[in-house]
Ligand binder design. Structure first.
Ligand code: CP
Ligand code: NVA
Length: 302
């Protein structure tokens, strides 16, 4: 559901399973239900292909088809799917839907969060793998001390990323204007992570990038916020990741973005298409992350 509710050893196992050789017996003959209440390219592609590579088959359900909470309650959708599927991966508008489905289905079905309003954990797994690939030859346990700066709107992606990195001892600085900054509490709370890296919050984009090894940004207008587009573009303009802002980061700093990118808004073409950009490795690792998560679920079932 969130990175926060997985222990550090569980996360370590997920990272390990994401990178190690696998076979197509893991999900042999088993179905995985994929529900998307919101649009997706990377998440749908990576989850479908990971299920297929592990020997299973994916069944896709769009919101129009099943009418989650309109045609039928989340509980009854869950109870129905649990009769036929052991795993259901979902992209939902409201995180509360996960909790209600989990209560309704108990241990009959494993749920995977493919993005909610508060968290995007499979993206965070992919981001950790991408950063480790660049800085520590893939070894996530050696990332402690790295400096990651997130700038822009502190989104669902920011929360899961921050929790995952702080757990590994990475220091995270979030640069966002008032009203767009991380708020402590809730289901994916970076403020609750103790004993790992340090979380710093600032309203200065240049201050956020000081000492940054990694600069990360996400959309200014996340799904569901389209009605605020004009105001958000104005409020967040100083946080655009462009060549002039990148001068404040370390010279070798790399750039990440979960995508889809809004070129010219939160990130410039020059930066997104530069050698500093690792966005296509992030996309690659979305598949690795799903392999890791699905393999871990099957291990836990044993
Ligand atoms: N990063 C990400 O989740 O992309 P999609 O919305 O295209 O799945
Ligand atoms: N924060 C973005 C992430 C998209 C992958 C959104 O929720 O729309």
């Amino acid at each position: 559901m969130t990175v926060e509710e997985r222990s550090s050893s569980e996360l370590a196992r997920i990272y390990e399973l994401a990178r190690s050789p696998f076979d197509d017996e893991t999900l042999k003959g088993q179905g995985v239900a994929l529900i998307f209440e919101r649009p997706s390219l990377r998440t749908r592609a990576s989850s479908s292909s990971a299920v297929h590579e592990l020997g299973g088959y994916a069944t896709f359900f769009s919101d129009e088809e099943i009418g989650l909470e309109s045609r039928e309650s989340a509980e009854d959708v869950g109870r129905t799917l649990a009769q036929m599927y052991a795993i259901c991966a979902m992209r939902v508008r409201s995180h509360a839907v996960f909790n209600r489905m989990r209560i309704a289905t108990g241990d009959q079905m494993s749920l995977v969060n493919l993005l909610s309003d508060v968290a995007h954990p499979t993206q965070a797994v992919a981001d950790v793998l991408t950063i480790a690939e660049r800085f520590t030859d893939g070894d996530v346990a050696k990332l402690a001390g790295l400096e990651v700066a997130y700038v822009g709107d502190a989104t669902n992606v920011t929360r899961s990323l921050a929790v995952a990195l702080l757990r590994l001892g990475v220091n995270v600085t979030v640069g966002a204007p008032e009203g767009y900054q991380l708020i402590a509490g809730g289901d994916e709370d970076p403020g609750a992570v103790t004993g790992g890296g340090t979380l710093r919050l600032t309203d200065s984009p240049t201050q956020a990038l000081r000492e940054a090894d990694v600069v990360y940004t996400d959309a200014w207008v996340s799904m569901g916020f389209e009605g605020q587009t004009a105001r958000r573009r104005e409020d967040l303009a100083p946080f655009r990741v462009d060549e002039s802002l990148m001068k404040f980061a370390k010279r070798d700093a790399v750039v990440l973005h979960c995508l889809p990118a809004h070129r010219g808004d939160e990130i410039s073409n020059e930066v997104l298409d530069s050698e500093k950009s690792l966005v296509w490795r992030q996309v690659f690792h979305r598949r690795s992350a799903m392999l890791g998560v699905l393999r871990w679920i099957k291990e836990e079932e044993k």
